[in-house]
Design a protein around this ligand. Structure first.
Ligand code: HEM
Length: 232
C-alpha cells in the first residue's frame, strides 16, 4: 500500500497511453494531465486551500457564524480537516483510476494544509473553549474520549507533516519514510471515530456515515489492489 498523507517524493512517472480508450477520452485526459502539470496549478491549489480559512475569518469578522461563533469556528475547522484528509487519501486511487499520474504533485500540499487546519482546529478549541488553560485542556483530553481521539489523530499527524520535506525524506530513507507515512490510514480511522463519537452525543450519524462510506471505499480500494498484486 502506498502512503497518502501529503508527501511522497515527487513521482515522475507518466501515464502510458491507453490505446483501447476512445480517442475523445484520450484527448480529454491529455488535456487534464497537461493542466495538472501547468506551472500555475500548484499556486491555484494553494489559493483554493486557503479559501475555507479566508471564508471563516470573514464570517467571524462579519458576525455570520451564528449564535455560538466559537463552536461554529471549531466545528467548521474540524470539517475542513476531515475533508482535507479524505482528499489527500483520494489522490492515489484517483490518479490510477483516472489515469492522471500528475495528480501526485498535489498530495504533499494537501497533506500539509490538512495538518494546518487540524492545528487551527486544536488552537480554536484550546483558545476559545478552554481559554488556553493547559491544565484544563489536559484534564478535558483525559476526560472526554472524543477529544482524546482528536488529539491522538493530531499527534500522529505531526510527524508526517514534519517529514514532508525533501530533506526529511532523504534523511529517513524511502522505506522508513513510507512506513511512517502509512500511519495516515490509522489517522483517518481515528479521525472518523472522533467525529462519530462527537455526534453520538446528539444521535446524529448522517454526516459521519457519509464520511465513513467514502473512507471505506478509499481504504477498501487499497486493500483490493494489494490483494490483487499478491495474487499476481
Ligand atoms: C485529525 C484531527 C481532527 C479531525 C479530522 C477533527 C475533525 C472534527 C470534526 C469533523 C468535528 C465535527 C464538526 C461538525 O460537527 O461539523 C470536530 C469537532 C470537534 N473537535 Fe475535532 N478533529 C481533529 C482533531 C481535534 C483535536 C486535536 C481536538 C482537541 C484536542 C479536537 C476537538 C474538537 C472539538 C472540541 C469539537 C467540537 C465539539 C462540539 O462542538 O461539541 N479535534 N472535529
Amino acid at each position: 500500500m502506498k502512503s497518502a498523507l501529503s508527501t511522497a517524493p515527487q513521482d515522475k512517472r507518466r501515464a502510458a497511453p491507453n490505446l483501447t480508450a476512445p480517442q475523445g477520452s484520450r484527448t480529454a485526459r491529455s488535456l487534464v494531465q497537461a493542466a495538472l502539470l501547468n506551472r500555475a496549478a500548484k499556486p491555484m491549489l494553494f489559493v483554493a486551500c486557503l479559501l475555507p480559512l479566508a471564508w471563516l475569518v470573514y464570517a467571524a469578522a462579519a458576525n455570520q457564524l451564528g449564535a455560538n461563533p466559537a463552536e461554529a469556528l471549531i466545528r467548521r475547522l474540524g470539517d475542513w480537516t476531515l475533508r482535507g484528509l479524505w482528499l489527500t487519501l483520494a489522490i492515489t486511487p484517483l490518479r490510477e483510476l483516472a489515469g492522471l499520474p500528475a495528480l501526485v504533485r498535489f498530495r504533499r500540499m494537501l497533506g500539509v494544509f490538512t495538518f494546518s487546519y487540524a492545528s487551527l482546529h486544536l488552537l480554536a478549541y484550546g483558545w476559545l473553549d478552554m481559554g488556553l488553560d493547559f491544565n484544563d485542556i489536559a484534564k478535558d483530553i483525559a476526560k472526554r474520549p472524543f477529544i482524546l481521539m482528536g488529539f491522538t489523530a493530531w499527534l500522529l499527524m505531526a510527524p508526517l507533516a514534519a517529514t514532508s520535506f525533501n530533506k526529511a525524506i532523504k534523511a529517513l530513507g524511502a522505506k522508513r519514510w513510507q512506513a511512517l507515512h502509512k500511519t495516515v490510514y490509522a489517522i483517518s480511522v481515528i479521525a472518523l471515530m472522533h467525529f462519530i463519537w462527537m455526534r453520538a452525543g446528539k444521535h446524529n450519524f448522517a454526516e459521519p456515515a457519509v464520511y465513513g462510506v467514502i473512507l471505506a471505499a478509499l481504504l477498501g480500494w487499497r486493500l483490493w489492489k494489494r490483494a490483487s498484486a499478491k495474487r499476481g
